[in-house]
Design a protein around this ligand. Structure first.
Ligand code: F6P
Length: 310
């Protein structure tokens, strides 16, 4: 799955280009490893649907499959030349992979190894989310150079954003098969899905949700795994949100591992992302496991959301 990002040049006309070429090869390798690992993660779900006796840094009880997917990705991604840091929603600290994190040609990878793992028990959709940052973590979404997700649905698919364009793949065969290039989110919204308990939504978000629901051209699609819900929004147009909550104004989802990669991919596909007032990619992180109110989708609905939350 080779693809090269456009390379720039620095003052002497060579160093920056070399760094860009090295980084592009590292991104190729990261995308290949995530694609190649999808079948192992998927088949590893069997027999690992129970809870472990551990919690992740956000206080969620980890499923055995969360730990399995995280260990597998950590071993494979941290072994790639040019990957200086590996971070995951499932571990407290950034893993130092032995390369200079501030060098021009190294990157940091942030991963949600098994998004939506509460869907293990009822056997519903789940995903793997990744972002490649060109800065040490935690980092803002503006420093993402590639992002993507794997969706473990009836078939395994992958969406990747890099070089200003989004590509969708099927991962069923030996090699990933491109199923759509230059993916764009539809301009006319069709589906919506909102997370969190309705009584916990702030009044202004509830007002926005009621307006979306009462439009006869919209329909509810909510499956409880962010990647499944966001992938429907990318396919049909619409909005997915996990908003601020009465008892948690930062919402539930994590900026480095969920908000930034999803925001980067949806924005690359021509949509918008927002924390309620600005792009998710503009939110400055304080800590690795920061949460963020997350809203992504077709631009017209994110514009309306921000106008309602003002
Ligand atoms: O932790 C991530 C996640 O599983 C998302 O995939 C999903 O959108 C959300 O949590 C669902 O959380 P809950 O069922 O607790 O509202």
């Amino acid at each position: 799955m080779s693809e090269r990002d456009g390379g720039g040049t620095d003052a002497d006309g060579t160093g920056g280009e070399r760094a860009d070429t090295g980084r592009a090869a590292t991104i190729d390798a990261i995308v290949d490893v995530v694609a190649d690992s999808a079948e192992d993660i998927r088949s590893g779900l069997v027999g690992r649907r129970g809870k472990s006796d551990r919690e992740n840094p956000s206080g969620d009880v980890q499923a055995e499959a969360d730990v399995y997917a995280d260990d597998l990705l950590e071993a494979r991604l941290s072994a790639i030349d040019g990957v200086a840091e590996y971070a995951s929603e499932e571990r407290a600290d950034v893993v130092d992979c032995g390369e200079e994190a501030t060098a021009a040609d190294t990157v940091a990878v942030a991963v949600d190894p098994l998004d939506g793992s509460s869907n293990l028990e009822p056997n519903n959709t789940m995903g793997t989310v990744f972002a490649v940052y060109d800065e040490p973590l935690p980092a803002p979404g503006t420093s993402i150079v590639a992002s993507g997700w794997v969706l473990y649905g009836p078939i395994t698919t992958m969406a990747v954003a890099r070089g200003g364009t989004v590509t969708k793949f099927e991962l069923s065969g030996e090699e990933p098969t491109v199923v759509e290039e230059d993916v764009t989110i539809p301009d006319d919204p069709l589906v919506y899905g909102f997370g969190g308990r309705v009584p916990d939504w702030p009044d202004d978000f509830a007002e926005f949700a009621r307006a979306v629901e009462s439009d006869p051209s919209h329909k509810l699609r909510y499956g409880g795994a962010m990647i499944g819900d966001v992938n429907q929004v990318l396919t049909y147009g619409g909005i997915f949100a996990y908003p601020a909550l009465a008892d948690n104004p930062r919402g539930k989802l994590r900026l480095q591992f969920e908000g930034n990669p999803i925001g980067h991919l949806i924005e690359t596909a021509g949509g918008r992302s927002s924390d309620g007032s600005r792009s998710l990619l503009s939110v400055e992180p304080n800590e690795l496991h920061d949460r963020v109110p997350l809203h992504v989708g077709t631009a017209v609905l994110i514009d309306r959301l921000e106008a309602t939350l003002e």
